[in-house]
Structures are given as structure tokens and as C-alpha cells.
Design a protein around this ligand. Structure first.
Ligand SMILES: Nc1ncnc2c1ncn2[C@@H]1O[C@H](COP(=O)(O)OP(=O)(O)OP(=O)(O)O)[C@@H](O)[C@H]1O
Length: 208
């Protein structure tokens, strides 16, 4: 579903990724692990269209990223993003935050959806009224409301305790079983064990 061929990324003259080749299949849950500075975020950002490779190619199904005309609508149609800090709007309730991502979703749709994630009881609360773990689950809900085919998450549990981190990874596992492709950058080797596939990034290369 997503394929990188000879992906190399430089920040000015500094090489962050070198000749990465990988293929991720539909419904796979993939973790990119590695030490700080190894290149996980750079790889995730390239695979998710947020950064452009210096050289090499990335494909989504048969489409080369270089040939995507309208990248905004491509992202909106296909991709859900989750970051370490949740970026929910504190002045809107959880339900309103989700509506912001998809104005077409009805209240009933949102309730059914939040129910399936086990957080429907939080829908009328504000982000400041719930725990960090619940906020992260709400931000996952927001990333999912458009039913993305692929989810990219960069250190999604970076500010969570181990119990909530585990819950988030279990949520990813469930989603992947339902067919969503999940790609997560994490420094946490233990949490990563739940994934179908682990790639270790070291000095900008995939350690096989
Ligand atoms: N915007 C940037 N400009 C210049 N160099 C950068 C930039 N972002 C990352 N780098 C460098 O690229 C290399 C890879 O960084 P990257 O953030 O991808 O690593 P990482 O494995 O995600 O690290 P961390 O776990 O600390 O987030 C590092 O040497 C880093 O200093």
C-alpha cells in the first residue's frame, strides 16, 4: 500500500535518511523504532507526505507522491495524523473538536463512533476536563472520524503513562485488524512489540 524506494532525505547538507526501502501492506500495524535522532520522525514525515524526499520515490498504492496534484485533498481523503501533543482546541468540547474535522458527521454518528472507542461519556467535556490519556484517545477519534485508510502517529504516547500508552497501542491494533493501516514512530521498544512489523531506524538507515 505504501512503498519507499531508495528514499534519501537531507536537511540542508545533513543526511537524515539514506536509501530506505520498505513496503507496508494494507491493514498492517508497523512501528518505526530507534534512538533519538535516528531518523524515525523524518521517515514518518516522508511516508505521510509532510516532507518531500531529497531523492527516491514513495508510492501510495500505484501513485507516486510526486504525481499527486492536490496534496491537501489527498491527505484529507486518505490519511489521519496523530502527534505527541494532542492539538485539541481547549475551548471546544470533544464532540465539537471532532465536528471540526468532519462537519458532515451528525451527533448520532459521533456518538456511535465514540462509543466504539469507549469514550462516548466524554463527548461533552472540554479537553482541560479530562486526563492526558483520554485527550489522546479523543485526538485519535478526531483522526479517525474521516475513516482514513492510513494513520500516521509520531510518538503518540510520548506524554502518557504506561497504562494509557498500552491502551492507545491496543486501539491501534484493533483498528489494524479492521483494515486500517497504522504506522507509528516510537522510541518505546516494549510497546512496539504489539505491532505486526517493526523497523529499526539507525543512523538514517533501516537496520535489518
Ligand atoms: N528540521 C530539521 N532541520 C535540520 N535537521 C533536522 C531537522 N529535523 C531533524 N533533523 C536531524 O535529522 C536527524 C533525524 O532526526 P529525526 O527527528 O528524524 O529523529 P528521531 O529518531 O525522530 O528522533 P526523536 O526520537 O528525538 O524525535 C537528526 O540528526 C536531527 O538532528
Amino acid at each position: 500500500m505504501i512503498k519507499a524506494i531508495n528514499l534519501t532525505h537531507y536537511y540542508n547538507k545533513d543526511k537524515a535518511l539514506e536509501n530506505i526501502n520498505l513496503e507496508i501492506n494494507k491493514g498492517e500495524f508497523v512501528c518505526l523504532i530507534g534512538e533519538s535522532g535516528s531518523g524515525k520522525s523524518t521517515l514518518l514525515s516522508n511516508l505521510s507526505t509532510l516532507l518531500k524526499p531529497t531523492s527516491g520515490d514513495i508510492f501510495y498504492e500505484e501513485t507516486n507522491y510526486k504525481n499527486i496534484k492536490n496534496i491537501d485533498s489527498f491527505r484529507k481523503e486518505n490519511i489521519g495524523f496523530i502527534f505527541q501533543f494532542h492539538y485539541l482546541i481547549n475551548y471546544l468540547t470533544i464532540k465539537e473538536n471532532i465536528k471540526l474535522a468532519n462537519e458532515k458527521a451528525s451527533d448520532d454518528d459521533i456518538s456511535t463512533f465514540l462509543n466504539s472507542l469507549g469514550i462516548n461519556d466524554l463527548k461533552n467535556k472540554y479537553p482541560t476536563e479530562i486526563s492526558g490519556g483520554q485527550r489522546q484517545r479523543a485526538s485519535i477519534a478526531r483522526a479517525l472520524i474521516n475513516n482514513p485508510k492510513v494513520i500516521f502517529a509520531d510518538e503518540p504516547t510520548g506524554n502518557l503513562d504506561s497504562q494509557n500508552s498500552q491502551k492507545v497501542f491496543e486501539m491501534f491494533k484493533d483498528l489494524s485488524k479492521k483494515g486500517t493501516t497504522i504506522i507509528v514512530a516510537t522510541h518505546d521498544k516494549n510497546l512496539a512489540q504489539i505491532a505486526n512489523k517493526i523497523y529499526e531506524v539507525k543512523d538514517g538507515k533501516i537496520n535489518k
